[in-house]
Every structure is written in structure tokens, then in C-alpha cells.
Design a protein around this ligand. Structure first.
Ligand code: NOJ
Length: 571
């Protein structure tokens, strides 16, 4: 299968067609002021680490003022910095120094909802039904004789009803407002011109400060179906993020918004871009967000949701490549982010990411978790992902092969999913634990500048075994996962055939995913019994030790094939 034939050389195409972007979950990355929470200055001190890792760009999760009911995805002011994380001056300095390191910087934009503390929502609460203040959000009268029933049957993604009733100025129970996420995250009304204009100003505010682009939160959710119809004919237990039959996901009206945003991005110098967080299926629907006059990237969640299984992965890869080729867009491969169980655990337990975490827990038995097998697979998965055409997104700690933390005490869980699911879904805290920078537990394993801070005093507690994964243990160690990522990313820069461009499948058996890229480069991922390395191939990198000339189970290799060895391979 060949795509993107006629693509200009890497140096001449927009950076976002090839980039590996590193996701920084700011609260858990590095704490520079000793308060147990990560911050902007902490990120700045780690720029040399990120540069040495070999990534091309960073994406910082929301750093705006926020009551932190959903750790920053509840924004109180879109044009300022959370005081716990620093100041606008700190952010400007970080943007400048990131560029000095030759890296790009993306910020998160959260246009589907605000925090209940946002001045617009506070004004809406005080204003009367039907007022312009209320029209910026989605307020409706309730059903029933006294309006005591929610306006429709929409649920919150985090669990429970998607509507909350407010008390009006006269002290009586009144209208309801929509919150597809936490109660403290009221949904904006994107039919309202002021909302549209405000977000255009927000984009310009950050573009003026030099950011290279935006990760768009819930990009598929901004526009709701006219009349807010009930969800019908859907399994009531099916979860809310499912794209089918939901009158609030992937409505055609969202595309007009992104066309307008693209015009703004293009009005700035450099290849400014936006990446959509859009849980949309099938791939052909997702591709619509990537039409030439819309967004640059969209996370490939079908790939993230695949099991560690060659047939499924191959199908996901083929489907996305075909759909994206239709619109001329690159794929953005991703296996991890701050919302899903880490791939080390998923690939071992057979968990499916991208469904509600309750589903995850139900599918696998965490007590059977085999960390070695999970790590082996996650490492092989990384080499698969980084060899595929297009760009990739790496989540902090993935380069350390961090597993999910399953032993956070219940009274320390902070994800709103925990309470909103009636304490049945532990939520996403397990992939958000502050990074271990040092094996020594002082300063929460080097996460904090405050040496007196113990691992359990970090904002999310670190388990005693967390230091086993520390950066300082892995740095310079030939077999560590960190070293493997550094080598893979360095090779990716050197190999002109990697990043965006064509790929060709190589037939190597049912339990093997193998493909070549220009320059006689090949990636083999073996999911089954050991197989022999192809003849005369030069080994460039492997995800684990080889057994002589055999590629063991759950191992990936990058190879330089003998010239001409691919002739007559079926596509
Ligand atoms: C997606 C974000 O990644 C997630 O962390 C957040 O809870 C929801 N959107 C709501 O903003």
C-alpha cells in the first residue's frame, strides 16, 4: 500500500506531518516550587531532557486558572495561567526557550465547556432565563409539571445525569444546564456568536505569544443536534463516549468552526496547527476533520484502542491510512495519554482503551498482570508506532515504560469519575502519578525541588516501587526503555524514509506485522513464536534482546534490508 506519493522532502513539508509530540501532563511533570504539583518553570528546567529524548514538539495539558475539578479541563479563564503553575511571564519564557531548543509547543484549548467559576457562568447563574448571559451556555426548562425532570436523557461522560438544576434569584428551583462532563464543567452554546468570537480571541492570544498550535479538547462535541433530542435506540449501558447515536458528538456543524480556526492559524507565520481530540468512528468520519482547510492532526484513537493483536492492529492501520489518504492528511499514532490505562498494562491484560475505564477494569483481571510481558509488548509497540507513516504522540512516562498505578489509596483518588460513578470507577489517576526522575525517594523521587517532600506527599501519591522506573536509573543504561526511545527517535530523524510517506506491507506470516519504508528500511513486529531475521538484513534497533538470529515473541526490530530483497513482494 503506497500513500502520499509525491510528498515533498521532510524539510520542505509542514513539521506536523512527521513530528513526534510529547504530552506533558503539567501537574505531574516537574515541581519547581516545592508544593507537590508540577508547574511551568518545572517544564522549562526539563527542556534539555526533552531535547535529548529526541522529540520534536511538546503539548502541555491545560495550564489555565482552574478550580481543578477535572485537573485543568475546567477552565476559569482561557487567557491566563493558573497561579499554582506560575505566571504568564513564565509561560512566555517557556515558549521562547522551547523554540531555542528547536522544539515546537502546543497548548490545550478547551472549547466545549468552561469551569463553573468562569465569570460568564457565574453571570449566567445570576441572570434570568432567556437572558444573553444564559445563552452562552445550554440552559433549558425542565420537563414535568414543575420542571422537575431533566430536559432530556443525556448522561455525563463521567457518570450520572448530564444536567443540573439551578436555583433562581427568587430562591426557587429553576432551569437546568447541560454538563457532558463534571457538574462543574457547563457546556458552552456554540450557536452563540459571543462564544465563537471569544474562542477566536483565545486562539489569537496564544498565537501572539508564539505557540505553534493547539490540542483541541472534545473537538467533536462542540455542536449539539438541534432541539437537543433524547438519545434513542442505544444500549442504556453503552458508554457515553461511543460515537454512534449520540446527538452531541460529531455533528456536521463542527466543521465550520474548524474552517474558521484554520484561517486564523494560517494568518500567522510558520506552520501553526491544531490537533483534534475527536473520539469519532469510522476513520472516514474522522478524516473529515483533516480536510485541507480544517485541522492538521487528529489522534488515531482506533489505533490506541487496538488490542495487542496483529490482525486488529493491521486492520486499524489500513483503515486509517486509506481514510486519511482521501484527504491528504498524515496519521497521528498514539498509544497513551492521560485518559487511558497505560499501554504496559493494556497490552498485557488485553484491555481496550478508549472505552470507559470501568470497561477496562471489567475486561482484564489486574491481579493477573505480568509487568514483564506488558513492558516487552509496550516497547515493541513503540517501535511499531514510530516506524509507521505520519506523526506520533508520546505521553510522559511512556519513555520510561511506566505501568498504571493500581494501588493509589481510595481516599487519595481525585478523578471526578470516582465520585460521579458512585465510587465504582477508580478513574484515570493511575496514569497521572508524578514522574519519577530519581531513584532516591527524596523530593518525591526527584519530582519536586523540595527534598523534604515524600512520595506520598506529591499531589497524587507515588507508590514505594515507583523509583524503579526513575529517569536517573534509565539514563545511559543500554537496555532501558528510555535509551530505546532515544535511539528510535534519533534514527527517525536520520532516516529520510521515516515520518510521513509511503509504506509497503511485507508478507511475513499471520503473527507478524512487517512493512518497509523508503531507503530499504523495514520494521518487523513479531507477536507469535520466534521467527528468523530476514536474510542479509542489518539490525538497526530492537525492542528487546534477539535470540541469535531469531526475533523472539513480542519483539520489534528496525532493519536495513539488503537492496532489492523486496522485489516481488505482494502489496
Ligand atoms: C478530554 C480530556 O482529555 C479529559 O482529561 C477531560 O476530562 C475531558 N476531555 C473533559 O474536558
Amino acid at each position: 500500500m503506497n500513500q502520499q506519493i509525491g510528498l515533498p522532502p521532510r524539510a520542505q513539508r509542514p513539521w506536523w506531518r512527521d513530528a513526534v509530540t510529547y504530552q506533558i501532563y503539567i501537574r505531574s511533570f516537574t515541581d519547581s516550587n516545592g508544593d507537590g504539583k508540577g508547574d511551568v518553570e518545572g517544564i522549562r528546567t526539563r527542556l534539555p531532557y526533552l531535547k535529548a529524548l529526541g522529540i520534536d514538539a511538546i503539548w502541555i495539558t491545560p495550564w489555565y486558572p482552574s478550580p481543578q475539578k477535572d485537573h485543568g479541563y475546567d477552565v476559569a479563564d482561557f487567557m491566563a495561567i493558573e497561579s499554582d503553575y506560575g505566571t504568564l511571564a513564565d509561560a512566555e519564557r517557556l515558549i521562547k526557550e522551547t523554540h531555542e531548543h528547536g522544539l515546537k509547543l502546543l497548548v490545550d484549548i478547551v472549547p466545549n465547556h468552561s469551569s463553573y467559576k468562569h465569570e460568564w457562568f457565574q453571570a449566567a447563574l445570576k441572570a434570568a432565563p432567556g437572558s444573553p448571559e444564559r445563552d452562552r451556555y445550554i440552559f433549558r426548562d425542565g420537563k414535568g409539571v414543575n420542571g422537575e425532570l431533566a430536559p432530556n436523557n443525556w448522561q455525563s461522560v463521567f457518570g450520572g445525569p448530564g444536567w443540573k438544576r439551578v436555583i433562581e434569584a427568587d430562591g426557587r428551583a429553576g432551569q437546568w444546564y447541560l454538563h457532558l462532563f463534571a457538574v462543574e464543567q457547563p457546556d458552552f452554546n456554540w450557536e452563540n456568536a459571543e462564544v465563537r468570537a471569544h474562542f477566536e480571541d483565545v486562539l489569537k492570544f496564544w498565537l501572539d505569544r508564539g505557540v505553534d498550535g493547539f490540542r483541541i479538547d472534545v473537538a467533536h462535541g462542540l455542536v449539539k443536534a438541534a432541539g437537543l433530542p433524547d438519545i434513542v435506540a442505544v444500549d442504556p449501558h453503552a458508554e457515553m463516549l461511543a460515537p454512534e447515536g449520540r446527538p452531541f458528538w460529531d455533528q456536521d456543524g463542527v466543521h465550520e468552526i474548524y474552517r474558521q480556526w484554520r484561517k486564523i492559524l494560517d494568518s500567522y507565520p510558520g506552520d501553526r496547527m491544531a490537533v483534534a481530540e475527536a473520539w469519532v468512528s469510522p476513520a472516514s468520519r474522522l478524516a473529515l476533520y483533516l480536510r485541507p482547510d480544517e485541522l492538521a492532526n487528529s489522534f488515531n484513537f482506533d489505533f490506541l484502542g487496538s488490542l495487542w493483536e496483529p490482525t486488529i492492529l493491521k486492520e486499524m492501520i489500513n483503515r486509517s491510512m486509506e481514510a486519511l489518504a482521501e484527504v491528504g492528511a498524515p496519521s497521528s499514532w498514539v498509544f497513551n495519554n492521560h485518559d487511558v490505562v497505560r499501554s504496559v498494562d493494556r497490552f498485557d491484560l488485553g484491555l481496550i482503551a478508549g472505552k470507559a475505564d470501568t470497561t477496562l477494569e471489567r475486561q482484564g483481571d489486574p491481579t493477573k498482570f505480568n509487568v514483564l510481558r506488558g513492558t516487552t509488548r509496550a516497547r515493541a509497540g513503540a517501535l511499531l508506532m514510530l516506524a509507521l507513516p505520519g506523526g506520533a504522540y508520546v505521553y510522559q512516562g511512556e519513555e520510561l515504560a511506566l505501568p498504571e498505578v493500581r494501588d493509589i489509596p481510595e481516599d487519595r483518588l481525585t478523578d471526578p469519575r470516582w465520585a460521579m460513578s458512585n465510587y465504582t470507577d477508580r478513574g484515570r489517576d493511575g496514569c497521572r502519578v508524578p514522574l519519577p526522575w530519581k531513584a532516591d525517594p527524596a523530593g518525591a523521587f526527584g519530582f519536586s525541588s523540595n527534598a523534604a517532600l515524600t512520595p506520598t506527599q506529591a499531589w497524587l501519591p507515588q507508590s514505594p516501587w515507583w523509583g524503579l522506573y526513575a529517569v536517573d536509573t534509565q539514563e545511559g543504561h543500554p537496555d532501558s526503555t528510555l535509551t530505546m526511545y532515544q535511539q528510535a527517535l534519533a534514527l527517525r530523524h536520520k532516516e529520510a524514509g521515516l515520518g510521513d510517506g509511503p509504506m509497503t506491507w511485507i508478507q511475513a506470516g499471520e503473527s507478524v506485522l512487517a512493512f518497509s519504508r523508503p531507503g530499504d528500511f523495514a520494521c518487523y513486529v513479531n507477536f507469535g513464536a520466534p521467527i528468523a531475521l530476514p536474510g542479509n538484513a542489518q539490525l538497526l534497533l530492537s525492542s528487546g534482546p534477539l535470540d541469535g538470529t531469531m526475533i523472539p515473541t513480542d519483539t520489534a526490530v528496525w532493519l536495513r534490508l539488503a537492496a532489492g530483497s523486496l522485489v516481488n513482494q505482494p502489496d
